[in-house]
Design a binder for this molecule. Structure first.
Ligand SMILES: C[S@@+](CC[C@H](N)C(=O)[O-])C[C@H]1O[C@@H](n2cnc3c(N)ncnc32)[C@H](O)[C@@H]1O
Length: 384
């Protein structure tokens, strides 16, 4: 414990302090307090340590001079929090307490060797640092960290995605060491962004796995992961259908083609993921199945209208199936269709007040829609 506090004070004095995360809140912690995140800030030219107290539903931030911060740490560690990770540009330290209250410290090489950004508004202004080397490796920025002209849409999409994730997790926080899978991760833009955002902006400890059929993309992403020192991010070359996680807390599937979205959704549902985020792509399965029997039939021979109707029916039924399986869902525009045609997003979070009445109701609604459009089966139903 003394060693840990001394390392913290030294890092503050030498300007090498990056951040410190306190986790494993004990029963002695205030009600609902999950984590405490410390980072250096400069306020009115004074060096302070910002303490971000993360409760289940809100954040509270207080700033302290370094000496006071060290004293507070000493009071909290081993009492309210049983684990702490200290990151400095020289070395990283993990302090943990066992059941008997004995402390041990592990020292590791630094995960980040760049000095921390101490601007007070950092967290508010920027979800992602455009200077992050992975953005350059993926062809979004140039070597100076400027977003390239051809990548502006992608950059906007990434930022919008992170905004949505931030809001979603504020309402529905993930457990510690959450396991996240991004199915159909492609070149990994959104997977890298998600990992960077959650670990560096939200100060969460997570493991993110990208699942992707194409091995060349997986190899490229894993090489980039290593260069970025993102130890909690990896990619596997596999069919989503064969993926069998030990645990899945959050499922992401963005623009996964046609039934790949259903494959991903079924993995999320069957593994009881707390949070699900999908942005479906093409909707071929339902379009082929549709034999419309209602008043819309005469207008759906127009290809574009049939395509849009198939999209509405496919995603609407997906949301209802999620509802029947105990989720709260939202379906909304992901990003304006100016930037991409694939612009619908479905988010789902576990509904703690789910009832069998809601299950029956949602299933009856699915059956009614299928009957209206002469649909035999929705692929997601078949998978479940
Ligand atoms: C349109 S890309 C989207 C990539 C990324 N999610 C994004 O939004 O930028 C869809 C990706 O899903 C992958 N994919 C499709 N079906 C899959 C399956 N059954 N298992 C794993 N990956 C799959 C494709 O190879 C492709 O790279």
């Amino acid at each position: 414990m003394e060693k840990f506090i001394a390392a913290f004070s030294q890092a503050c004095a030498e300007g090498t302090f990056v951040k410190c995360t306190l986790s494993r809140a004990s029963a002695a912690a205030p009600n609902g307090l999950k984590n405490l995140y410390l980072r250096p800030v400069e306020i009115k030219k004074q060096f302070k340590i910002a303490f971000n107290y993360r409760f289940a539903t809100k954040d509270e931030v207080k700033n302290y001079p370094p000496a006071e911060a060290a004293q507070l740490l000493e009071e909290l560690l081993g009492k309210q929090f049983l684990n702490a990770d200290l990151f400095t540009t020289a070395q990283d330290y993990t302090l943990s307490f066992d059941k008997k209250g004995n402390a041990s410290v592990q020292v590791k090489p630094p995960a980040q060797t760049e000095k921390a950004d101490v601007s007070h508004d950092r967290a508010k202004n920027r979800l992602l640092d455009p200077k992050a080397p992975w953005l350059h490796a993926l062809g979004i920025t140039n070597a100076k960290g400027e977003v390239l002209a051809h990548a502006q849409d992608k950059w906007r999409q990434i930022n919008k995605f992170l905004e949505i994730i931030g809001a979603l997790l504020r309402e529905h926080p993930l457990r510690e060491n959450a396991q996240i899978a991004d199915m159909g991760s492609g070149k990994g833009y959104l997977t890298f962004a998600l990992y960077d955002f959650l670990t560096h902006h939200q100060d969460l400890k997570v493991r993110v796995t990208g699942i992707e059929l194409r091995p060349n993309l997986v190899d490229f992403c894993n090489e980039t992961t290593q260069k970025a020192h993102f130890s909690g991010l990896n990619f596997v070359a596999q069919d989503i259908n064969l993926y069998q996680p030990e645990r899945l807390d959050m499922l992401i599937a963005l623009h996964a083609c046609d039934i790949a979205t259903d494959l991903a959704l079924s993995k999320g549902i069957l593994n009881n993921a707390e949070v699900v985020v999908v942005a479906p792509c093409c909707h071929k399965q339902i379009r082929k199945e549709m034999h419309t029997r209602n008043a819309l039939a005469p207008i759906l021979h127009n290809g574009i209208l049939e395509e849009r109707q198939a999209e509405i029916v496919t995603d609407g039924i997906r949301a209802l199936i999620l509802e029947s399986r105990g989720y709260h869902t939202k379906v909304f525009e992901f990003i304006s269709s100016e930037h991409t045609a694939k612009n619908v997003m479905i988010t789902a979070t576990k509904n703690e007040r789910h009832t069998s009445k809601r299950e029956q109701e949602a299933l009856a609604q699915v059956a009614a829609i299928k009957s209206e459009f002469g649909i035999g089966v929705h692929y997601l139903e078949k998978l479940l």
